[in-house]
Design a protein around this ligand. Structure first.
Ligand SMILES: C[S@@+](CC[C@H](N)C(=O)[O-])C[C@H]1O[C@@H](n2cnc3c(N)ncnc32)[C@H](O)[C@@H]1O
Length: 224
């Protein structure tokens, strides 16, 4: 491999700072923007030191979904990416209580961290209840768009799963139409879309919407 861009890349996991929870890594936005080469590739080997399959939730909030999945599936590594340090401190505290080796949270803007994802490094990518940003001037903050599908296609292994859900109907139709226009994915289900919750564990927002009796709209794509 030619020297240059990759020669500066950190090959070992970023170690926690003194006193920092071992389940939480900070990827500051300015450093990701200016010196992305200084961060490790995002794959199972770099983050966990193993070759187990890896699954990622984008915008994991306080981490309930992954903290519930990780003990159930010890042979899978789970990573949550979240921009809010406050939410992630809570998530990391829960993870510390579980004392698992297959769970990690990255405090990062996913849009800046996504180029670090290694090709075919993910078995599944979850985008559950993304912030809707319905007002035109905030749309640029939305996570799901055609570019998000580029990232998902790059990072997912063949037949890897992209799970998307929301309680916001207008956002849902836009996301579904964007997904349906992308020939690199196929639906995992025969129906055009799914409703309700079908995972063995719940997320904080899922519990909230379900308690209020609000519908959950979702679709699942598989990388061709
Ligand atoms: C509505 S919450 C959903 C949390 C969780 N997925 C759940 O189901 O409970 C959306 C989360 O996405 C996070 N988020 C928004 N933009 C982000 C970005 N660019 N990178 C990482 N996280 C982001 C927000 O901070 C928030 O915690």
């Amino acid at each position: 491999m030619p020297r240059g861009r990759y020669s500066r890349r950190i090959q070992t996991p970023i170690l926690p700072e003194a006193g920092q929870n071992r389940y939480l890594r900070f990827f500051p936005a300015d450093a990701l923007y200016r010196t992305p080469d200084l961060f490790p590739c995002l794959d199972s080997r770099s983050l966990f030191g193993s070759d187990a399959p890896m699954e990622m939730e984008v915008g994991c909030g306080t981490g309930e979904f992954l903290c519930a999945l990780a003990p159930r599936y010890p042979a899978i590594n789970f990573v949550g990416v979240e921009i809010s340090p406050k939410a992630l401190r809570y998530a990391a505290q829960t993870a510390a209580g579980l004392a698992l080796n297959n769970l990690l949270f990255l405090c990062a803007d996913f849009r800046l961290a996504a180029p670090l994802l290694a090709p075919s490094s993910l078995r599944a990518l979850y985008l559950h209840f993304p912030d809707p940003h319905m007002q035109p001037r905030y749309r640029k903050h939305r996570l799901f768009d055609a570019h998000f599908l580029d990232i998902a296609h790059h990072a997912l292994e063949p037949d890897g799963l992209l799970s998307v859900m929301t309680d916001v109907e207008a956002l849902f139709w836009e996301m579904l139409e964007t997904a349906e226009a992308d020939p690199r994915f196929r639906k995992r289900h025969a129906e055009r879309f799914l409703t309700g919750w079908d995972f063995p564990v719940a997320s904080r927002f899922q519990k909230t919407w379900q308690a209020k009796g609000l519908p959950i709209l979702r679709f699942e794509l598989l990388k061709r």
